[in-house]
Design a protein around this ligand. Structure first.
Ligand SMILES: [Zn+2]
Length: 145
């Protein structure tokens, strides 16, 4: 098990029409030099999205590219350089689609995002042979200082 406790700093941003959500959030964390950032909340809308579905493996990524107008009804995950985000999107009928964010999340009207930063931790990713994916590693900032 990986675990840690920390104080919290909160950042908020709003993205506008046409901006790409994933790359904008990664750029935001890099500009502010956030070392253990995560999504606290996000609402907004997108006109497209590329998601990886649940039965993907390292060898067989099941991708879906959604196009149309979708409400962002949930966005969760950690946001370090190799961000690991999951999203739930609702279409004009209210039907929801969800998966692992791959990108192409083009903002339709807005995306209001609150990013938390665990002030005492740092996040990294290392390959986990058990899963075949680079998985979250949590370190205290006081370690390896
Ligand atoms: Zn995932």
């Amino acid at each position: 098990m990986a675990a840690g406790a920390s104080d919290l700093t909160v950042h908020a941003l709003r993205l506008g029409p046409g901006q790409e959500l994933l790359s904008s959030l990664v750029a935001f964390t890099e500009e502010r030099k956030l070392r253990a950032p995560f999504i606290m909340t996000c609402v907004g809308s997108v006109t497209e999205a590329k998601l990886r579905l649940a039965d993907a493996t390292a060898e067989n990524s099941r991708l879906v590219h959604l196009q149309g107008k979708f409400e962002i009804v949930s966005l969760v995950g950690t946001l370090n350089r190799e961000a690991h985000l999951h999203i739930c999107l609702a279409d004009k009928e209210g039907r929801t689609f969800g998966g692992h964010v791959m990108g192409d999340l083009k903002v339709f009207t807005t995306a209001e995002v609150v990013v938390g930063e665990a002030s005492d931790l740092k996040f990294a990713r290392e390959m986990d042979d058990r899963t075949g994916f680079p998985e979250l590693v949590i370190n205290s900032r006081s370690e390896h200082a």
